[in-house]
Design a protein around this ligand. Structure first.
Ligand code: AMP
Ligand code: GLY
Length: 420
């Protein structure tokens, strides 16, 4: 079959790499893709937020199946446009993508489903929000309701920080995303992510992961989109997983179906685990980046069969064949990230690296120019490896990092520390 993947980051390189290993895949197109993806697939430079353009590309190329990588096209209704055009698509409708696109919506669904999550209140008015935090005090969490590319959450440890976040958001710092603000109770504990496929009614666990959000070793410095990840997450024991599935994920999927907006795609539940119980921090309606890199490395070619079963409503009989393995990915970023950084620096040494089912350098932000690979973003490469233990996966991933010649890049040296 001909397959189209939307997106151009490390997540989409990992998805393309797994899909390509499946003999069902004939042609593979990725839009827009990147330099690493171009080595294994055709890249098409279109606006992935434009449903009509994506549908036209799919029709022209006799595409049988579309996998949507990032949240923005989902929130923009691209999956709806494709399905309306008769194309089998992996990813939720715009209505179901509100589980990521609106924090207040997610909270309402959790309340209706009885899913444990932080106490919350929503505000469309600055003064009411300020009055609220002055009553509750800190720590407290201030969130822009809408999509804000990872910048919409402030965990305020003091009241002045909470007040400043409210002033900023209502002052327009995040545009329309901050027109409404959700204020949440602060939850303590350890965070981990649970990934499940849902075809609207059935759910299938496809793995757990933990990422490292801070830029510096020892979880210090500013927040980023994620500097590394590993799978599985030891904190998600069988007992915690069962509780999270029974109390959070299944009731959410049932509530979405009850509302007439069933969720089809991958549901990424960000969980906070404290005293052996999980509460929901947030949902995402797509694979994590860089979590997809470790999940794809562990799943390999079967990822395509599972995504197809999900899109075709056949999850009831599906299961994942797990090896007792671990995977870990280290993000290499451009110096200065997550602040301002340079683009266009050359990366050498990639051509000599192993590309196997247990060692891969996925490209997150690269572009090919005159036969050279150039950095083209903040997060640039994901050195990813698998092993019989997490320590082995970590050693292999850093072995890849150490063979990459890119003086302008950096990475954390301690990915996986919490589990090791
Ligand atoms: P989100 O974008 O909702 O995932 O939030 C980003 C990060 O903020 C999460 O990964 C958590 O580390 C933190 N966070 C969000 N909500 C809460 C909360 N209610 N209590 C504690 N930390 C939170
Ligand atoms: N790694 C976090 C995310 O994909 O949202």
């Amino acid at each position: 079959m001909n397959i189209l993947i939307l997106g151009g980051g490390g997540r989409e390189h990992a998805l393309a790499w797994a899909v390509k290993q499946n003999p069902k895949c004939d042609r593979l197109i990725v839009a827009p893709g990147n330099a690493g993806i171009a080595a294994i697939a055709e890249c098409a430079d279109i606006d992935v937020l434009d449903g009509a353009a994506v549908l036209a590309l799919a029709v022209e190329n006799a595409v049988d199946f579309v996998i949507v990588g990032p949240e923005a096209p989902l929130a923009a209704g691209v999956a709806d446009a494709l399905r309306a055009g008769g194309i089998l698509t992996f990813g939720p409708s715009a209505a179901a993508a509100r589980l990521e696109a609106s924090k207040a919506f997610t909270k309402e669904v959790c309340d209706a489903a009885g899913a444990p999550t932080a106490g919350w209140a929503r505000f469309a008015d600055r003064d009411a929000a300020l009055a609220h935090v002055r009553t509750t005090g800190a720590p407290i969490v201030v969130k822009a309701d809408g999509l804000a590319a990872g910048k919409g959450v402030v965990v305020a440890m003091t009241l002045p920080e909470a007040e400043a976040a409210i002033e900023d958001m209502f002052g327009g710092s995040l545009g329309a995303a901050g027109a409404e603000v959700v204020i949440e109770e602060f939850m303590g504990g350890e965070e981990a992510s649970l990934f499940v496929l849902s075809d609207g009614t059935e759910v299938l666990e496809i793995g757990t992961a933990q990422d490292h959000k801070r830029v510096g070793d020892g979880d210090t410095g500013p927040n980023t989109g994620g500097m590394g990840a590993y799978s599985p997450a030891p904190v998600l024991t069988d007992a915690v997983l069962k509780q999270a599935m029974d109390e959070i994920v299944r009731p959410t999927v049932a509530e979405m179906a009850r509302r007439g907006t069933p969720f089809q795609g991958v549901l990424y539940a960000g969980l906070m685990i404290e005293k052996g119980r999980a509460r929901l921090v947030e949902y995402n309606v797509r694979f994590g980046d860089p979590e997809a890199q470790v999940l794809m490395m562990r799943m390999g070619a079967q990822a395509l069969d599972l995504m197809l079963a999900c899109a075709e409503g056949r999850l009831a009989g599906a299961r994942v064949n797990w090896a007792e393995d671990h995977a870990l990915t280290v993000v290499m970023a451009a110096g200065g990230y997550p602040g301002s950084y340079r683009k266009g620096t050359e990366i050498r040494g990639l051509g000599d690296l192993p590309e196997t089912s247990s060692e891969m350098v996925f490209h997150a932000g690269t572009v090919a120019r005159d036969g050279k690979v150039m950095a083209n973003g903040g997060r640039v490469l994901n050195a990813t490896a698998r092993g019989a233990s997490l320590a082995e996966a970590q050693a292999r991933a850093y072995g890849l990092v150490d063979r990459i010649d890119w003086p302008e890049g950096f990475c954390r040296r301690d990915i996986g520390w919490r589990a090791l």
